[in-house]
Design a protein around this ligand. Structure first.
Ligand SMILES: [Zn+2]
Length: 96
């Protein structure tokens, strides 16, 4: 019973353009499964990129207890990007 019918989104996407940049993230439902019981957690976060693992202590993000989806606020994304090797700016300057 592995057949999974891709359900067309039943929720009408209305008023999606209202998003203040930099504002605190407020979520009503999990974007993956629609669960309404998102939990705001703060814990050490570990990610892997290209075989390299990196961790961020005390990262605050939302986690869906139903499907395990993680949702990050813009601030959390900044911290992740700052720590991730994928976003590390290469220092190739050699000349003085
Ligand atoms: Zn979910």
């Amino acid at each position: 019973m592995a057949t999974k019918i891709a359900s067309t989104s039943s929720s009408p996407a209305s008023g999606r353009s209202r998003r203040a940049p930099g504002s605190e993230l407020s979520l009503a439902a999990c974007p993956a499964c629609g669960s309404l019981s998102l939990e705001a957690v703060e814990r050490d976060w570990t990610g892997t990129w290209s075989g390299q693992s990196y961790s961020i202590p005390n990262l605050r993000f939302f986690e869906c207890p139903s499907c395990g989806e993680r949702i990050y606020s813009p601030e959390a994304m900044r911290r992740i990007q700052a720590a991730s090797p994928a976003f590390r700016k290469p220092r190739l300057r050699r000349s003085a």
